[in-house]
Design a protein around this ligand. Structure first.
Ligand SMILES: Cc1cc2nc3c(=O)[nH]c(=O)nc-3n(C[C@H](O)[C@H](O)[C@H](O)COP(=O)(O)OP(=O)(O)OC[C@H]3O[C@@H](n4cnc5c(N)ncnc54)[C@H](O)[C@@H]3O)c2cc1C
Length: 387
């Protein structure tokens, strides 16, 4: 705990209040270091962004422990969410793993993104986060500080700026020219209310179902809020969403046209599209170059998707964002004191070296998994990985 009031604390700005930014601010707070999160949304929007996340023992769960929230997480975690079924388009089952819901032995229990972020927000001093602040640009000063320009007109000058602002980070250009590139994969997100479709809910299991074939996928996952999040995914040109002519704002017609893409798939698998409710959300999957690094600077760095955006096929993104947050926070806490400028430079460098080592392995795994899941005979190939 940093409680020497004679010590000058650096002004730390975290851009983005996703899982990475929130975890970072909370661990700093736990060690007596203040920071400000600037978030572009007007209020917390994490619940609306995607569904259930599996939280891994040595990354996400470790970060939660450092944040003092492991026990609260365990109370919410869904261990039965580790059920996993793997099929091909004919409905042939390749894997049917049933998790032990009564034990916390599983290394990857599930939690909804909204619930996870509510836990983090609940422990964070409310004054830490400033909503409605979209960063437009961070301008470096000669003295090493950064001037942050926000869309609402606010300008703030800080000693350290940390980009936790996701795929299209506005902080990243301070460190590298790399930009998030289309991965070649397009996903259409749908939702099925499980209670309204008990047969499909039983077929889906309590966790995830992957149906893979013909370079396409239907992925279903039961969330804690009773919805099955569905993703109809396929390889496509970058402009496919526009070129396809599918009216995504007209759900019934969009679903009808989507069903044509999966015409020769098993009827029960097509139910994931048929039974879906009114929101049809198309998205392209982007990624940064695998193994991205930059020349370290003493007063700016990146965590999470801003640093190493990858496709979701290793289930690592949120875990890495939280592990980055904990690694960086602990490095700052360990080095701060004495000459704060020099100490921050050492802390950032130490964090970046560690982060490059573990995140490049996950980025390669995500990329390999993407290629495998959309390969010829994908269900067989994925099953072979587990043999
Ligand atoms: C379809 C899909 C499924 C996924 N499934 C999984 C999964 O199962 N498991 C897993 O581990 N990961 C998964 N991920 C990845 C995971 O969502 C991300 O890796 C994770 O959210 C990264 O956290 P973050 O805090 O770095 O960034 P984000 O969650 O993207 O948060 C960034 C925050 O910054 C804010 N922001 C952005 N720009 C600005 C700005 N200019 N000024 C101020 N604020 C700004 C945003 O509003 C947001 O709140 C999935 C991703 C997708 C797309």
């Amino acid at each position: 705990m940093l409680n020497d009031t004679s010590m000058k604390q650096p002004r730390i700005a975290i851009i983005g209040g996703g899982p990475g930014g929130l975890t970072l601010a909370l661990i700093l707070q736990k060690h007596g270091l203040a920071s400000t999160i600037y978030e572009r949304e007007e209020a917390d929007a994490n619940a609306e962004r995607g569904g259930s996340l599996d939280i891994h023992k040595d990354s996400g769960q470790w970060a939660l422990k450092e944040a003092g929230l492991l026990e609260q997480f365990q109370a919410w975690a869904r261990y039965e969410g580790e059920d996993f079924r793997l099929l091909d388009k004919h409905g042939k089952i390749y894997m049917d793993d049933v998790a032990d819901a009564t034990s916390a032995s599983g290394g990857r229990p599930e939690i909804d993104r909204g619930t996870l972020c509510d836990l983090l927000l609940g422990a964070l001093a409310p004054s830490t986060i400033r909503y409605g602040h979209k960063l437009i640009e961070a301008v470096p000063h000669a003295d090493g500080r950064h001037e942050l320009h926000f869309e609402n007109g606010l300008i703030d000058t800080v000693d350290l700026v940390i980009g936790a602002d996701g795929a299209f980070s506005r902080v990243r250009p301070l460190l590298t020219d790399a930009v998030a590139d289309y991965s070649g994969l397009t996903m259409i997100e749908l939702n099925v209310v499980a209670a309204e479709h008990p047969e499909l809910a039983a077929f889906n299991s309590r966790g995830k179902l992957f149906a893979l074939d013909d370079h396409k996928a239907i992925l279903g996952q039961l969330n804690g809020d009773g919805r099955i999040k569905v993703s109809a995914s396929f390889r496509a040109e970058r402009d496919w969403l526009e070129a396809s002519g599918i009216p995504f704002d007209q759900p019934e017609e969009a679903k009808r046209q989507l069903l044509e893409l999966f015409e020769d798939w098993d009827e029960q698998l097509k139910d994931y599209i048929r039974c879906a409710g009114d929101a049809v959300l198309p998205r392209r999957i982007y990624m940064l170059p695998v193994g991205l690094q930059w020349a370290s600077k003493p007063d700016v760095t990146l965590i999470g998707d801003a640093a190493h955006l990858m496709s979701p096929f290793a289930g690592e993104g949120v875990n890495l964002a939280m592990k980055d947050a904990a690694t960086l926070a602990l490095a700052i806490v360990a080095h701060i004191g004495g000459n704060s400028g020099a100490a921050l430079a050492v802390a950032i460098q130490q964090y970046e070296v560690e982060m490059y080592a573990y995140s490049s392995i996950s980025a390669k795994l995500s990329d390999d998994n993407l290629k495998l899941m959309f390969s010829e005979n994908a269900a067989f190939n994925l099953k072979s990985l587990f043999d």
